[in-house]
Design a protein around this ligand. Structure first.
Ligand SMILES: Nc1ncnc2c1ncn2[C@@H]1O[C@H](COP(=O)(O)OP(=O)(O)O)[C@@H](O)[C@H]1O
Ligand SMILES: [Mg+2]
Length: 258
């Protein structure tokens, strides 16, 4: 599924006045592309994903999905915190999409088993979310997104709460899963290595109101893994992104006085 985003702006009105979160964002994501969005805190990345997911209305502009719908749903989202239902077991958390579609319990069970196998958590089906590590919870959230059988997966800093080593593992896992069943993915991250390791192209955003400064093509060959980070093209790419970002990160830091 191709995604066409045209002239998106978003203004929030609150008691203390108006916040212009997006200042006219325009880009296209290709069918089955792994597309990254990177930018300083507060530049409107989450707002942009919410608008694409239909969770939020833009002030102006449009989002269009172009292509034949081959799967059961259009969009699944993976949030920064896994947002699992704590009272349900892992295997009951995974097939939510199928449950909403009123599919038979035997199908729910099969969907759950299949996708827990994909993320290598089949042995934890009966566990409750609180019994899992942060990385495992995010894998369940990814399994749930995949099990919904969407055309497009939107991920909002899915690994931000994980430690550095778990992050590395999760990147490789996500690559393995994506290589297996290529979906159109938009990944929001503030991690340069993560963006370059995973993405075909990366949109670099400027600080608020969010605009796309540049779209970088990642030339590092696939399949990629940990060793790809040693590739000279990998270093060149992260450098290019950092050159685009550093001024805006500095600006954002001053604005938010963090
Ligand atoms: N519901 C809301 N009401 C008011 N302001 C909001 C709301 N959501 C986000 N914002 C503001 O919009 C800007 C962009 O936020 P966000 O999309 O969360 O940025 P990011 O994900 O890049 O950190 C911020 O200034 C934020 O405070
Ligand atoms: Mg955000």
């Amino acid at each position: 599924m191709k995604i066409v985003v045209r002239f998106l702006t978003k203004e929030f009105t609150s008691g203390s006045g108006n916040v212009r979160a997006l200042g006219g964002v325009d880009f296209e994501v290709r069918d089955r592309e792994f597309f990254g969005i990177i930018g300083p805190t507060g530049c409107g990345k989450t707002t942009l994903l919410h608008i694409i997911a239909g969770l939020e209305q833009p002030t102006t502009g449009s989002v269009e999905f172009i292509g034949e719908k081959r799967t059961k749903s259009m969009v699944s989202m993976v949030f920064q915190e896994s947002a699992l239902m704590p009272w349900r077991s892992v295997e009951e958390n995974v097939p939510l999409g199928a449950e909403f579609r009123n599919e038979h319990p035997s199908i729910l069970k099969r969907v759950s088993q299949f996708f827990l196998e994909v993320v290598r958590l089949l042995d934890f089906g009966k566990a409750r979310p609180y019994e899992l590590s942060g990385g495992m919870k995010q894998k369940v959230a990814i399994a749930r997104a995949l099990a919904n059988d969407p055309e497009v997966i939107l991920m909002d800093e899915p690994f931000a709460s994980l430690d550095a080593q778990t992050r590395l593992l999760m990147r490789e896992e996500l690559l393995r899963i994506w290589e297996r069943d290529k979906k159109t993915v938009i990944l929001v991250t503030h991690n340069l290595d993560e963006a370059v390791m995973l993405c075909d192209r990366i949109a670099v955003m400027s600080s608020a109101p969010g605009l796309i400064k540049s779209i970088i093509t990642v030339d590092v060959p696939r399949p990629r893994n940990f060793r790809s980070m040693k590739d000279p093209d990998f270093a060149r790419c992260t450098e290019k992104i950092w050159d685009l970002l550093r001024y805006d990160v500095d600006q954002a830091m001053r604005q938010n006085s963090v």
